[in-house]
Design a binder for this molecule. Structure first.
Ligand code: NAD
Length: 421
């Protein structure tokens, strides 16, 4: 591993895509740096009467294509660099799907499991108090991310409404349905990835009963497991932060989801589903047609990429494959369906939520699913075609697709040749 930062490594993808396009240097100059990143400390009253402060950030990376959109993460290891990188990815993710948004991200450096429910509510409200002038339905629209959920979004939307003095549900997506959330948001990330795999299955060489290994059995991982198992595929291995389990004949996904909901780790459920416990690090090396990393960043690196047996990797998590691991997978003919396309179902249904909040008219689940399917198939097919035409990886193709849209928007304000001719 080099000492490049996470953002440096993300920018490698931008430069690679740019080398395939005739774009003005203005575009790269604009997209190389975040537009604004605000850092603050949230000071909250703890249950024992003491005060405690938590580092928090909000980054609006680029808003050329519309108000910025991006989740809020509560994590003890969050850093400004991670927030900026995630905001960069959001910029490209929204452009890949042609959503009228730029990209942003936020985080609080906290282990939410150490907070009581009341402390968690105070921290969530404090985040909005601190960033009330940054966020807004026409400016920057947060959503859930790792260790944040619908209830937290509901508190945040409520806090924002109190500050601005009117009910403003469109300021945040991923809210509870009762507070203006959209149907279909819960499983949208997994569903988007699932629709993508289904749509490209023939081209990817995946048959109707393929086997799947899932790293990270949280929101995205569990819903993917359910969707793929219901479609007749076999989930042969899953993992969480405590370890991994494997069963070559397929795992009982519903039992595992119920067990996780009751607070058990996947390894604690191994006996119940007749699985063997394996090292968490060995999950990516199990025999499976499809590997789904759905945990955190940098899970597949130069050190372990060669051990992957799957022919296709679906990045439901953000940034699980490092650029040097990309090279190894490319050489071995493993197709990586990149995060900015593979997990964009979440932000797409978030967009639907925002649209519904603004129009005050709500769609049924069938409409949500059919609109999501249409967008995933349209953009997935476009990225596949770019990859074939230019003989590049799906990742480079996705960046080319997104960068083309961003460049068109940035260049519409005038470029160097325009101002100097
Ligand atoms: P989550 O917190 O619900 O789940 C994460 C899971 O990963 C947990 O089960 C955790 O135990 C597991 N994990 C952590 N470290 C691990 C390790 N070293 N090995 C194996 N498992 C490990 O989070 P989520 O919402 O499912 O998000 C997962 C990924 O998907 C993140 O990268 C997130 O940014 C991305 N994502 C999520 C959404 C969404 O709508 N939820 C949308 C887009 C992208």
């Amino acid at each position: 591993m080099t000492d490049d930062t996470l953002l440096d490594r993300a920018l490698i993808r931008l430069e690679k895509a740019a080398s395939h396009l005739q774009i003005d240097q203005d575009v790269i100059e604009k997209l190389k740096y975040p537009r604004e990143t605000t850092k603050t400390r949230l000071l909250i009253r703890m249950d024992d009467g003491s005060r405690k402060s938590f580092l928090a950030w909000r980054c609006r990376y680029d808003d050329t294509r519309g108000p910025t959109k991006g989740g809020i993460r509560f994590h003890p290891d969050s850093t400004i660099e991670e927030v900026e990188t995630l905001a960069f990815w959001m910029t490209f993710k929204c452009a890949v799907m042609n959503l009228p948004y730029g990209g942003s991200k936020g985080a609080v450096r906290v282990d939410p499991r150490t907070l009581s429910k009341s402390e968690l509510e105070r921290l969530s409200r404090a985040y909005i108090q601190a960033f009330a002038r940054t966020v807004g339905p026409d400016r920057d629209i947060p959503a859930p991310d790792v260790y944040t959920n619908a209830m937290i979004m509901g508190w945040m939307a409520d806090e924002y409404s109190q500050i601005v003095g009117n009910v403003s549900p469109a300021v945040i997506t991923g809210k509870p349905i009762a507070l203006g959330g959209s149907l279909g948001r819960n499983d949208a990330t997994a569903r988007g990835g699932f629709y993508l795999v289904q749509h490209l299955a023939r081209e990817l060489g995946l048959d109707h009963a393929h086997s799947v290994a899932i790293q990270g059995f949280g929101n995205a991982g569990q819903y993917y497991a359910r969707l793929t198992a219901d479609a007749g595929n076999k989930v042969v291995a899953v993992s969480d932060s405590t370890g991994a389990i494997h069963r070559a004949d397929g795992l009982d996904v519903e039992k595992l989801i119920a067990g996780k909901a009751a607070g058990a780790s996947v390894t604690a459920l191994a006996g119940e589903v007749g699985a063997s416990v394996i090292e968490a690090a060995d999950l990516i090396a199990v025999e499976a047609d499809l590997l789904v990393p759905a945990a955190l960043e940098d899970m597949i690196t130069r050190q372990n990429a060669a051990s992957i047996k799957a022919r296709v990797v679906l990045e439901l998590g953000n940034g699980p494959v490092t650029p040097d691991a990309d090279g190894i997978l490319d050489e071995r003919g493993v197709v990586v369906l990149p995060d900015i396309l593979a997990n964009a179902g979440g932000v797409t249904v978030s967009y639907f939520e925002w649209v519904q909040n603004r129009q005050g008219f709500y769609w049924d689940l069938e409409e949500i699913h059919s609109r999501l399917l249409k967008i995933v198939e349209r953009e997935g097919r476009a990225v596949w075609s770019i990859a074939q035409d230019r003989q590049v990886s799906m990742r480079t193709a996705a960046y080319i697709h997104a960068l083309g849209r961003l460049a068109t928007a940035i260049e519409a304000h005038g470029t160097q040749p325009f101002f100097t001719s």
